[in-house]
Design a protein around this ligand. Structure first.
Ligand SMILES: Nc1ncnc2c1ncn2[C@@H]1O[C@H](COP(=O)(O)OP(=O)(O)O)[C@@H](O)[C@H]1O
Ligand SMILES: [Mg+2]
Length: 376
């Protein structure tokens, strides 16, 4: 990303509350016109980071710049950013139109200009015709749209959204996810959305920063995060993984050789292990990459045998849980592509769980170093 493309830049940003580091040495560059997500478990510092960008908190250390200008000492209302809060602040005693106009009046926009801009903003969020409606009478989804219109009407360069859809039910949330993507494309405003929901982040964002305990773990596109997670935390937070203990035998270039008790000695693609002579590593594979076979793996596939212990049926797919001879639990997802195909797998059946060696991750974390990284 070139300097000119950067709209938000964070350099070594830390926020301390007493001795506790809620945000710890964060470095980020967010591009113009980007749909960016901050994703991580509850309490990892997402809201605090967003509030610092908005100017509602000051960083304890580090520099935040918006459009090239250092924001230190710039109050929230003078920043070219606008925030939609988690509990969307809509004034219930005002009409929809008054709610949307409110920020413009406060900002001193001329009276003549306001009605046109309010109408534009309401059209954008598909609330045309609602200007005269009392806000207190709106549904949750409509109130959320009013909150969005209130933010958009001020034409910020960056819109900050803190878990904007968390109060909506699943169906409405999915519809609003598509709406937000459309709005971002239509307006060209940079969106930074905070969420703890991996599906939401994956489906909406151009890029995602995965956070844990105040620190950014990885910044990448959804597919890159899913297929090439940088560590065990990211691998486990974005989707599900099957984990094996391995011992690194050789590492060079983009591949390595690992000894994994249950899989034997396997050669697999791996990034970021260069220079490591050995040591314990985590070897992992996604559940949907595993095939249940009746014969041992051949042709560049690897795997091990297991017995079906449980089956969770989800309609479109089933999650098959197998136990290996050594007691490792393997989760294999199978798509129920035919109406009656599920019957082929039953509890007690034995299969070879096999997958393409190219679909294996090798992660630098020691799998015995503690499960805390996964529970977050
Ligand atoms: N004003 C504050 N004073 C003390 N601790 C705070 C304050 N705001 C947030 N924290 C703490 O900082 C951590 C990160 O909080 P937050 O940014 O809200 O996380 P998230 O939005 O990821 O759930 C939490 O442990 C929270 O309790
Ligand atoms: Mg939060």
């Amino acid at each position: 990303m070139s300097e000119a493309d950067v709209i938000i830049s964070l350099r070594d940003v830390t926020k301390r509350f007493g001795a506790f580091r809620a945000v710890d040495t964060v470095n980020l560059a967010i591009a113009r016109n980007e749909f960016f997500a901050l994703l991580g478990p509850s309490g990892c510092g997402k809201t605090t980071l967003l509030r610092m960008i908005g100017g509602f908190e000051g960083p304890s250390e580090g520099v935040i710049a918006v459009d090239g200008a250092d924001m230190h000492a710039v109050p929230p209302n003078r920043r070219p950013v606008n925030m939609v809060f988690q509990s969307y602040a809509v004034f219930p005693h005002m009409t929809v139109g008054e709610n949307v106009a409110y920020g413009l009046k406060v900002a001193g926009v001329s009276k003549r200009e306001i009605p046109g801009r309010v109408a534009d903003a309401l059209r954008m969020v598909k609330l045309d015709g609602y200007a005269g409606r009392r806000s207190g009478q709106l549904s949750g989804g409509q109130r959320q749209r009013v909150a969005l219109a209130r933010a958009l009407v001020k034409r910020p360069k960056v819109l900050l959204l803190d878990e904007p859809l968390s109060a909506l039910d699943a169906k409405l949330r999915e519809a609003m996810q598509l709406e937000l993507v459309r709005l971002q494309h239509e307006t060209g405003i940079t969106f930074i959305i905070v969420t703890h929901d991996q599906h939401e982040a994956l489906s909406m964002a151009d890029r995602i920063a995965v956070m844990n305990a105040g620190r950014v773990q990885q910044v990448a596109s959804p597919a890159e995060l899913y297929e090439h997670p940088a560590n065990r935390f990211v691998a486990g937070f974005i989707g599900q993984i099957n984990v094996f203990e391995g011992e690194l035998a050789e590492a060079g270039g983009d591949s390595c050789v690992v000894d994994v008790g249950e899989l034997g000695r396997v050669g697999v693609a791996a990034r970021g292990l260069n220079g490591r002579g050995g040591g314990r590593v985590t070897v992992a594979v996604r559940p949907e990459k595993i095939r249940l076979d009746t014969a041992p793996p051949v042709d560049g596939r690897i795997g091990c045998a297991g017995e079906v212990a449980e089956i969770a049926y989800y309609g479109g797919a089933s999650h098959i849980f197998l136990t290996t001879e050594r007691g490792t639990r393997i989760n294999a997802n199978v798509v129920n592509a035919g109406r009656d195909t599920q019957g082929a797998v039953r509890v007690g059946h034995r299969f070879w769980c096999t997958w393409d060696a190219a679909d294996t991750f090798v992660l630098p974390d020691d799998p015995r170093a503690g499960a805390d990284a996964l529970s977050g």
